[in-house]
Design a protein around this ligand. Sequence first.
Ligand code: NAP
Length: 247
Amino acid sequence: MFSLEGKVAIVTGASRGIGRAIALAFASQGADVALCARTESALDQVAAEVRELGREALVQVVDVRDAASAEAAIASTVETLGRLDILVNNAGITRDTLLMRMKDDDWEDVLATNLTGPFYFTRAAARIMLKQRGGRVLNISSVVGLMGNVGQANYAASKAGIIGVTKSLARELGPRGVTVNAIAPGFITTDMTSGLKDEHQSRLRDAIPLGAFGEPEDVAAAACFLASDAARYVTGQVIQVDGGMRL
Ligand code: NAP
């Protein structure tokens, strides 16, 4: 039902965690995938896993904070894989600290990676999608963008910002068949969350109705739906994948 046969996707932050899971899920649904991040060795491993699933993989060493690199990544995806149907803006970072300790760099790095990066990639991808009158843009936000969180003013700003971008572009690109949606994961087990203290983790788990943290594959399943033809009439939405953390 969620077949991606014959489609080409580009996934940022595909070297590990949620991005890797999305790339592999897309490949298992039949898509060829361009994989973007800064660490080539990790991307090479994911590319090998994509190829084991019988699909093509393109490794692109890209810093999403750089507009020219984003343009080049989109152009070489089309050149090498032949087309572009799906963009997943997933690359993201945290620089958590309380407001009074937050440095300018903590603010700027998070906004540049989590919000400006998706802007660069979406602008470049939309040029192609508008011309072909179809495409899918998926932005990985966070429940923190909906609820806020102590020590994450920078991260919450970026993740709330991407929801505003999602809704605006759903209106702007919808008339030409391009859907734009966001996924807001709750607590997902990845490198990003592995540093949290046990005590903090158990408090968080208590606040989740399903009583457990999510896995990257849980987010990937929602991404497959939104990227597929089954979601052709869904746009401007924020799908929470959070075990009921925010109701
Ligand atoms: P992760 O394991 O830390 O992976 C982050 C990915 O982003 C890596 O592939 C990383 O690769 C890439 N990346 C970071 N900065 C980049 C840059 N400047 N240019 C290109 N790539 C960059 O994190 P994750 O947990 O999978 O998170 C993925 C997304 O989900 C993020 O947007 C995050 O905010 C969001 N999210 C996560 C959770 C969670 O609980 N884990 C919850 C809600 C939302 P390199 O370091 O090699 O560049």
